[in-house]
Design a protein around this ligand. Sequence first.
Ligand code: A3P
Length: 296
Amino acid sequence: MELKWDGTERMTVDYVKGILQPTPTCDSWDQIWDFQARPDDLLICTYPKAGTTWTQEIVDLIQNEGDVDRTHRAPTHVRFPFIEWIIQSIGSGLEHANAMPSPRTLKTHLPFQLLPPSFLEKNCKIIYMARNPKDNLVSYYHFHRMNKALPAPGTWEEYFESFLTGKVCWGSWHDHVKGWWEARDQHRILYLFYEDMKMNPKHEIRKLGEFIGKKLDDSVLDKIVHHTSFDVMKQNPMANYSTVPAKVMDHSVSPFMRKGEVGDWKNHFTVAQNERFDEDYQRRMAGTGLTFRFQF
Ligand code: A3P
């Protein structure tokens, strides 16, 4: 597979079935769609910036029963192949996944309708983590600023519009969370919320352990809570993306481990933007049964 983009310029984007994606993902779409899942694969799925890395770190610690030495074996993107991600200085997530021995824990941001069908055919377990859209938007905006593997975000006002209209990579937040929500009862999907994890990590980690099939005693749970707290992960080079070349992710613009809070959107949204966002949200989320917490 040819990996053309090298981080010198900003990533370009194109559409896959109506969803914006980085161009290398579009160019390899047929191979991504044909990805062959294995029955013991575990898939972590999120809309970008919903807490993917946090979930990955928790899952790895659960699988390794709290053994931090084992989770320090490699950076996040090496431990968990990102199946639709193809970056020259980092590699092809697809090839990485194909070469990985089982059992694999994989990552995707794909909306439900773009999930390679073999994950469902093989009845794989899937963990979906969702985050309230206002904080998700703010986090995505700052991530665009620091990450050349995404297009430049434009001004805050421009990015706000792009997010609301779904003209961002991996498409509309609303469609993403709704698509996976509707699918959760027909498949082996555990649907989690960032805000719940923040509010009561021990409870949510126990739930994750049960889903994965690991019974964890209290001391292991406490250890996992500690090692996956924002402050500890921020200092962990295997979980904070500091090993990615600076020409791709520039943490001096905005660190990957930025704030990790619920309600930071209040420091960004104007009153008018908030009203517009709420009106749009109520219209698009009505009748879904999905509720998000925007503050504590
Ligand atoms: P902020 O930009 O709001 O700080 P992803 O891993 O999906 O890219 O999501 C990144 C977001 O999750 C960032 O949000 C990051 O700070 C936050 N995050 C990562 N680890 C976290 C943790 N242990 N606790 C809380 N938030 C965390």
